[in-house]
Design a protein. Structure first.
Length: 233
């Protein structure tokens, strides 16, 4: 299940007058980035000056907020350092990160077993083209531990034997390309580190130029859970 950042998870807050009040923990982590949490548990960060504009929007209901804030802080610091360099262009540089939330359960109607947060990051620092990339965070609510590509699948399994052909077909259709994605690139696990888990699929997110030409932009591809069910840990 996908939950847009603009749609709050009201159950995560304390209802006051029919509106969910942000938790103290959510306020604290969001404040580390200079932002505020709205009634829908969304952290909103906005900073603008003569050299740059920065906007972050993401749900504070993802369990491992420390990892999210750490990544966004590091990304911000690098961006600000570039913006402050002498000779920056006349127009402000731009950094924009927006999160989308996903969850999965063992069966419909049961509590979520996993939660995912995927950040789509747009950065324009005056290069030939702006950059767009993804950063995902996945969490096992039962084990109370992060989920990585390696821990998502059983030890010794070869998930890319199944995943790559499905991803290749979908990306080639989206990008409108005739030539096939190379076997070496398509079977490289480093390209599959950003994903989200839903009841029906595992969605993989690919930075611009990761598997197909830069002109195709950032892309995503869904792999049915049924196709990899026997491989999941």
């Amino acid at each position: 299940m996908r939950i847009s950042t603009v749609v709050g998870v009201l159950a995560a807050g304390v209802l006051i007058g029919g509106v969910a009040a942000p938790s103290a923990a959510a306020q604290s982590t969001c404040a580390e980035l200079g932002g505020t949490v709205d009634a829908d548990q969304i952290c909103q960060v906005h900073t603008a000056n003569a050299t740059y504009r920065l906007d972050y929007t993401f749900s504070t209901t993802y369990p491992d907020q420390e990892a999210v804030v750490g990544y966004l802080s590091q990304t911000r610091d690098g961006f600000v350092n570039v913006s402050d360099m002498p000779g920056s262009r006349d127009q402000p540089y731009v950094l924009d990160a927006r999160g989308s939330s996903y969850s999965s359960a063992v069966a419909p109607g049961l509590p979520a077993r996993t939660q995912s947060l995927v950040l789509e990051v747009f950065q324009d620092v005056g290069g030939a083209q702006p950059e767009t990339w993804y950063k995902s965070f996945n969490y096992d609510l039962v084990k109370r531990a992060p989920i990585t590509f390696d821990t998502l699948f059983k030890p010794g399994s070869r998930p890319l034997d199944v995943i790559f052909p499905i991803v290749a077909r979908e990306l080639e259709t989206q990008a409108g390309i005739v030539q096939s994605i190379s076997q070496s690139a398509g079977m490289d696990p480093t390209h599959y580190q950003n994903f989200a888990i839903t009841d029906d699929s595992v969605i993989f997110f690919f930075d611009r130029g990761a598997l197909v030409a830069d002109s195709a932009g950032a892309l995503q591809a869904s792999v049915p859970r049924s196709a990899v069910a026997s491989l999941l840990a």
